[in-house]
Ligand binder design. Sequence first.
Ligand SMILES: [Mg+2]
Length: 312
Amino acid sequence: MEATAPLVVAAAAAGVAAAACCCQPTLRPAAPRIPRPAEFRRKREALVRGGARNLAVISDFDRTITRCFTAAGERCQSCYNVADGALTPEMAAYKQEVFEHYFPIEKDPNLTVDEKRPFMLEWYRKSNESLVSGGFRRDSLRSAVSEAVAQRRLELREGFGALLASLQAHRTPVLIFSAGISNVISEIFAQLLPSVPLAPSTQVVGNTMTFSDDGVLTRFEDPLIHMFNKNQSVVPAGSQRRHVLLLGDGLGDVTMADEAATEPEIILKIGFLNENVEGLLPQYEAAFDMVIVGDGSFSPVADIVQAVINSD
Ligand SMILES: [Mg+2]
């Protein structure tokens, strides 16, 4: 019989301090929360029975694969923040101008998603076009990533490298899916995970910059990926798997596996609720099968993947 109270996996006592925390990094991450234990067990057991040959992983990047806070307690930079380091002063000023115009629209509680969508598209297009017309350069992007990595302005979540290596060793499709810039994500991986080069089974899908032979940005490839179309309709067709392990830190991430040509039979959804835990926990527990709170590690995800791999 399904318990009515959310199940908290082992070491519950360790989670008390983190669950009460709303905006600071935690030294002792809380145990993952499982709001519907019977449903979680059913999905987990199906994934384990199906083994690695039936599994695909779909993961958001910013503050899912990266941490929300660095070890020094600073907020981690997103891949767009990192790319800002490559902007000229003119590009940065224009970016700020459009931000001030469109950000209030994005956050307007009186507008529906459908009403916001055209404005969000306009925002992305204007920002992207300003980079093309401003002569954005690939070498500036690489230096911006190197600088962010050297200054530890972003860090990968603990356990991600080992998890990726394990998934790649079993040729499990991994889709790293972002409304950010795919070139930045690939460069971050190359610099932070040199021992785990991305295998053909791993795909990074985001907004992709195309450069000329002499390294100047010529265009962003279609389709434009933003917070309201981040689903399989914008992902090139790849190998379809029956089971999906979905990882994200935003409520919008729960639909990343939707709109596929063939719907997966099982989608086990794991959410990272990094901050404002008390305020957002009910929504995250409604949307995800497991919620990792307080900027926690990949360890609960790795446990599931290991069980799936071991069953082969
Ligand atoms: Mg994110």
